[in-house]
Write a protein that binds this ligand. Structure first.
Ligand code: PMP
Length: 407
């Protein structure tokens, strides 16, 4: 079936909005994607027709809500090809997933051991490990990039492993550079050294097929809101053998088998890690987002986005003077980060907004990478399933209009 972007756009009411009298060109998909009507309807349906707490009631509404939540769990399992739904933990997002692993799995890491991260990590994949390191006297080692091209130094990565290394964590795709890291090879290397790996998949899950069994990662985390789903929902995949060994992250209802003041026993997986009432309405609606992706095909979405990225990147380089690109790795996702001369990215973003174009500006929660590249931030355009070649041209035309203002 042909990729019909106009038909896809019809599902997104927000794309018909005007910003300052101009059609919205939404290129901030790296931060969050827009939401198709079917997902919004599922949220409304959850509140209007099915609002009852999950896993606690015998009554019909509670069973319906529970069924819908657990249906999403099975769809997520299939989406990432996990071995079982016991390995799928619902969280609030990527950030909570990493905090859960750093806190719970982290408590099992030997004191004085070392964790390997990379310089291109989002703060969500840095700070939880720093908190753990401080608590337990661990050391963090950092893999460097080759420079503005944004390719991880694999030789240096391998050189960081020694008998003290207890954990490695890195992103599948960089949210600034778009670099698609060779995570399968990196995981295999870590495993040869007996080191488990967490992959931050926040920027991969909306754009490419994920197969956690093929990758053989120990943990994989991502967020629903970046993949056409509702906010407030995320997924932590963990290998059952680790999840079984890990202590609970939070205590409360849902995560227990039996509570007594003489001692408490915990629920089986995945519920051991799902204390309290989850966002069951959002989780149920995520199912619709997975259907949306499934109908288009993640490969088709990814190739559509890469084509837009390639086109826009080429035009930026060929038609403009003074544009510096950050992230030109051979394996690259749907993100373009750039600067115009020495102009602050914020100023470019502000003027683009006046032209109806939504881009992100700033450090993108990757300050160590900005420091490494010696820049304050970038202007970042990120593409989604519904973006068009025409929108790329509108973005380029807007740039052509505003850049002369900066001299
Ligand atoms: N990691 C990466 C690579 C990201 O791009 C983001 C979101 N910008 C996060 C982690 C954090 O995701 P969330 O805010 O949804 O928890």
């Amino acid at each position: 079936m042909a990729y019909d972007v106009e038909k896809i756009r019809e599902e997104f009411p927000i794309l018909r909005r005007q910003i300052g009298g101009r059609p919205l060109v939404y290129l901030d998909n790296t931060a969050t994607s827009q939401t198709p009507e079917r997902v919004v309807r599922a949220v409304v349906d959850g509140y209007e027709q099915r609002k009852a707490n999950v896993h606690r009631g015998v009554h019909t509404l509670s069973q319906e809500a529970t069924d819908r939540q657990e249906e999403t769990r099975r769809k997520v399992r299939d989406y990432i090809n996990a071995a079982s739904e016991q390995e799928i933990i619902f969280t609030r997002g990527t950030t909570e997933g990493i905090n859960l692993v750093a806190s719970s799995f982290g408590s099992l890491l030997p004191e004085g051991s070392e964790i390997i991260l990379t310089v291109m990590e989002h703060h969500a994949n840095i700070v939880p490990w720093q908190l753990l390191a401080e608590r337990r006297g661990l050391t963090i080692k950092v893999v460097d990039v080759d420079g503005p091209q944004g390719v991880l130094n694999q030789e240096q990565y391998r050189s960081l492993f020694n008998e003290k290394t207890s954990m490695a964590a890195f992103c599948h795709v960089s949210n600034v550079l778009g670099t698609v890291n060779p995570v399968k090879e990196m995981i295999a290397y870590a495993h040869r050294a007996g080191v488990p790996v967490l992959v931050d998949g926040a920027q991969a899950s909306p754009h490419m097929a994920i197969d956690v069994r093929d990758l053989d990662c120990d943990f994989y985390v991502f967020s629903s809101h970046k993949m056409y789903g509702p906010t407030g929902v995320g997924v932590l995949y963990g290998k059952e053998k680790w999840l079984e060994k890990m202590p609970p992250y939070q205590g409360g209802g849902e995560m227990i088998k039996h509570v007594a003041f003489s001692g408490t026993t915990f629920a089986d997986l995945p519920f051991k890690f799902e204390a309290g009432t989850p966002d069951f309405v959002g989780i149920a609606a995520l199912s619709q987002a997975l259907d949306f992706i499934g109908e288009l095909g993640i490969e088709a979405i990814g190739s559509h986005e890469r084509e837009l990225t390639r086109y826009t990147q080429e035009r930026l380089l060929n038609d403009f003077e003074g544009i510096r690109l950050f992230g030109t790795a051979p394996e690259k996702g749907a993100v373009i980060s750039f600067l115009y001369k020495d102009v602050h990215p914020y100023d470019v973003g502000l003027l683009l907004d006046k032209m109806g174009v939504a881009v992100r500006t700033g450090h993108h929660c990757a300050q160590p990478l900005m420091d490494r590249l010696g820049i304050p931030g970038t202007v970042r355009a990120g593409f989604g399933a519904y973006n068009t070649r025409e929108e790329c041209d509108m973005f380029l035309a807007a740039l052509r209009r505003i850049l002369p203002f900066f001299g």
